[in-house]
Design a protein around this ligand. Structure first.
Ligand SMILES: Cc1ncc(COP(=O)(O)O)c(C=O)c1O
Length: 363
């Protein structure tokens, strides 16, 4: 017996979500965004399972190399580009595509001696004001890049700040800037803008390539539209079990800070999972936890290795009963909303000490 905390990854749900996205995308091709260890799902198993994805996108070189270590040889885009020119040779050798977003990268590239052409995308800042060249500067940069024999410019990308909200006006303005820029470039370039939210909500933003991430993992990028409504299936289930059950008298307190007090005689359970596993410490009392398929409220404060739940409505609950913190019974989006965060943060915060187990759904 070991401590029962597991992150169980349903690879058939991952494939289902990719197929759903590809159906929405139509003729637009999709990078599978697998940065941050496949949003916490394990990059190797994730890229191996996503057999239909033509390309992947990660944040930086070491994440791309992890895809090669997994035996997958598809093109991989480095969304933050390169940090030092020592990375460029391996990018060429491995067929990695590099995002260029900053003048110093262009200068390094101009000086670089490379074993072959480096495939690059240019990042256009259309209003997010994080990375990228302004449309005015980008024209000049494109010309410089086109004059470099060691560079192959694949296309131009931008990133939306607000494609996940109901008011799509700001995202439409960003898209217009990209499309205006496109009119001023010659033929032969590809264009990309959409993340998960834009892929669904802004059909005109689909263009040549989209970069969906969070929806692959079965979560909704929208606060106003659930993953189930979109047809997505949860990929990760964070599971554990009850390790203690006790009866309380009216007036008894539970946990650090004595945050919860029984108003009447009650029954409570202790679940082996805590913030050191990635369960959010800020999850408030009342956050749903599924015990043996029944939703019960979190009570007291989340501690490092344990949480406590109210089992008063579950008199038959006992030590060893299975618990789902998030998954098909309690969505990670719901837990995230309760804890004042987003599913992206919860999925990527499941810690190393949590064993990942994989179900390929093929057995
Ligand atoms: C540049 C870029 N493209 C695409 C994505 C994927 O976004 P999402 O997970 O919302 O689909 C991200 C994620 O943060 C990103 O930074």
């Amino acid at each position: 017996m070991t401590r029962p905390v597991r992150a169980c990854i349903d690879l058939s749900a991952l494939r289902h979500n990719y197929a759903l996205l590809a159906g929405i995308a139509g003729t637009t091709q999709c990078y599978g965004v697998v940065k941050a260890d496949g949003y916490g799902h394990g990059i190797a198993k994730t890229v191996q399972a996503l057999a239909d994805a033509p390309k992947f996108a990660v944040a930086f070189l070491e994440e791309a190399l992890a895809i090669r270590e997994a035996g997958v040889n598809k093109p991989v885009l480095l969304l933050e580009g390169f940090f030092g020119s020592d990375e460029l040779k391996v990018c060429v050798e491995q067929g990695f595509e590099v995002m260029l977003h900053e003048a110093s990268q262009i200068e390094s590239l101009a000086q670089a001696q490379l074993p072959g052409p480096l495939t690059v995308w240019l990042k256009l800042n259309t209003g997010m004001n994080r990375l990228g060249f302004t449309p005015e500067a980008a024209q000049q940069v494109l010309e410089s890049l086109r004059a470099m024999p060691q560079v192959k410019v694949l296309g131009v990308m931008t990133h939306f700040a607000c494609a996940d909200i109901e008011d799509l006006e700001p995202a439409q303005r960003q898209l217009e800037r990209l499309l205006t820029f496109r009119q001023g470039t010659g033929a032969g370039l590809q264009f990309a803008a959409a993340n998960s939210a834009a892929l669904v909500a802004i059909p005109e933003a689909r263009l040549d390539w989209a970069r969906p991430g969070i929806m692959l993992y079965g979560c909704s990028p929208f606060a106003h539209r659930s993953a189930a409504e979109i047809g997505l299936k949860p990929v990760m289930s964070l599971k554990s079990a009850l390790i203690a059950v006790r009866d309380l008298k009216a007036g008894d307190f539970v946990g650090y800070g004595a945050l919860w007090q029984a108003k009447a005689d009650a029954r409570m359970g202790v679940v082996a999972v805590g913030y050191a596993d990635g369960y959010p410490r800020h999850a408030p009392q009342g956050t749903p936890v599924s015990v043996k398929g029944q939703r019960v409220p979190l009570i007291g404060r989340v501690s490092m290795d344990m949480i406590t739940v109210d089992l008063t409505e579950m008199p038959s609950a006992q030590v060893g009963d299975p618990v789902e913190l998030w998954g098909p019974e309690v969505s990670v989006d719901e837990v995230a909303a309760r804890a004042g965060t987003i599913s992206y943060e919860l999925l990527t915060s499941v810690t190393k000490r949590v064993l990942r187990c994989y179900d390929d759904g093929l057995a």
